[in-house]
Design a protein around this ligand. Structure first.
Ligand code: PLP
Length: 451
């Protein structure tokens, strides 16, 4: 019988991350400051350690993974790759389906792949504390555990509605020794300004970012950490795709298509970028970023300079964006709600080297439940987007009789998201039409800079 789990030994954990910038046909566009000029490394030094700033701007193809980071990775890496025999049989497809499972980390997603090196480099720089924001809590919990590993104090500004509605990720953050506050707080000027206008503000990712950045920028012993979007985050995540390449070699196979859910782009870049050189060398491989129809950044957004946050405090980045003040329909419970996308993913999409697909909300949960009922693992709602796209293509293979090899990244498990599944089972998940008017409106407020 064909293999189900494709496992690498600990000694095969990659020694280097892969920097896609080295192989991109065109250099990335620089982030711009408020004056419209490129932001230099100095501007970032108030909140990031030098090693991460260097990685953010590096054009070097291979960047060594420090030994203490590889040691920490050993707690769950190399992550397993699975052949989805049971799902294939249920679908009756001639396609072969593989998935890489990133839910084996303690925090249950791919986010520790970058949380750990970020904590490590801050420690090396003598930083004592890291502030960050978290929405649903995946990133907050990953950085909390990483801080605990390297002796760094972590303070998480958690969007107030999530803080109230997702108590278990909050508990997880506390279990790993981090402080977690419902944002907006009265501890920062940004938070106080919001509370003065609306004492009952439910908070937002944009407000929480402003609070975390303000505290990091005003304290010498404190830095800030971001869990997606930035080049160095995608760099760290390439460990996923690098391991996957070795795992495909082990079974003598190679993917025709790779799917990953795409919010800020980190797990997509992580799994897909290591395969890009093959594509550039003529290999016929599709790299598909999958997003919700309700927040269709790549498929319906503008390619323009925009802010990373709602308040417009971050540098402007050239990316696909729905406008920095775009708010996706709130009942959508599947995550992936960020208005922008990684500049690297955006540029590769703009240049036609990767693809993007938007999938409907209900369909993602149907796909996730079908996956759970065949393969067992309950996927994170975000991951269900990739499963949906992969299943759609597997069904297409059934029609055409093509025996393609399809591969998706199962970015995390859904054990802390069962309330979203509850909602699905009780009929509370709806399909949202593409919010065309709202997007037109927020696009009209893009900053007037750059091209
Ligand atoms: C955060 C998260 C995502 C989306 O973030 P990306 O940066 O686009 O990868 C997807 N899946 C899971 C499980 C997550 O926690």
């Amino acid at each position: 019988m064909a293999q189900t789990k494709i496992l690498l030994a600990e000694s095969e954990i990659p020694t280097h991350w892969y920097n896609v910038i080295a192989d991109m046909p065109n250099p990335p566009a620089p982030p711009l400051g408020p004056d419209g000029n490129p932001v230099g490394p100095e501007a970032l030094q108030a909140i990031f350690p030098d090693a991460l700033i260097e990685q953010e701007m590096s054009g070097q193809r291979w960047i060594e993974i420090p030994e203490p980071v590889r040691e920490a990775y050993k707690l769950w890496r190399p992550s397993p790759m699975f052949r989805a025999h049971r799902l294939e049989a249920a679908l009756g497809t001639p396609a072969k389906i593989y998935y890489k499972y990133e839910g084996c980390s303690a925090a249950g997603s791919h986010k520790p792949n970058t949380a750990i090196p970020q904590a490590y480099y801050n420690k090396m720089q003598g930083i004592k504390r890291i502030t960050t924001e978290t929405g649903a809590g995946q990133w907050g919990s990953a950085i909390a555990q990483a801080g605990q590993m390297f002796g760094i104090e972590i303070k998480v500004y958690m969007v107030k509605v999530s803080y109230q509605q997702k108590p278990y990720r909050r508990s997880l953050i506390q279990t790993w020794g981090a402080e977690v506050h419902a944002s907006p707080t009265d501890q920062t000027a940004a938070g106080r300004a919001v509370l003065a206008k609306d004492p009952n503000s439910p908070g937002s990712l944009g407000i929480a970012i402003s609070e975390a950045v303000e505290e990091a920028a005003t304290r010498k012993d404190t830095n800030y950490a971001l869990g997606s979007v930035l080049n160095h985050v995608l760099l760290h995540q390439t460990i996923i795709g690098l391991e996957a390449k070795k795992q495909f070699e082990m079974v003598g196979d190679y993917p025709d298509a790779i799917y990953a859910p795409c919010g800020g782009g980190s797990n997509f870049g992580g799994v897909a970028f290591p395969f890009l050189p093959d594509r550039l060398n003529g290999k016929d491989i599709k790299l598909v970023a999958v997003e919700p129809i309700s927040c269709p950044t790549l498929t319906k957004g503008s390619y323009a300079y925009d802010f990373g946050d709602v308040a417009g405090m971050t540098p402007m980045m050239l990316m696909y964006t729905l406008g920095h003040d775009f708010v996706p329909p709130s009942i959508h419970a599947g995550g992936l709600r960020y208005h922008g996308d990684s500049p690297l993913v955006s540029q590769l999409y703009h240049e036609g080297l990767i693809e993007a697909r938007a999938v409907p909300n209900l369909g993602t949960f149907e796909a996730g439940v079908q996956f759970a009922r065949t393969e067992g693992i309950v996927p994170a709602p975000e991951s269900c987007h990739a499963i949906k796209a992969c299943i759609d293509d597997a069904m297409e293979c059934k029609k055409t009789g093509q025996k393609k090899t399809l591969f998706f990244n199962l970015s995390g498990h859904g054990h802390f998201d069962m309330s979203a599944y509850d909602k699905y089972f009780s009929g509370g998940i709806e399909d949202y039409a593409y919010p065309e008017e709202a997007i037109k409106d927020s696009i009209s407020r893009l900053p007037k800079v750059g091209k």
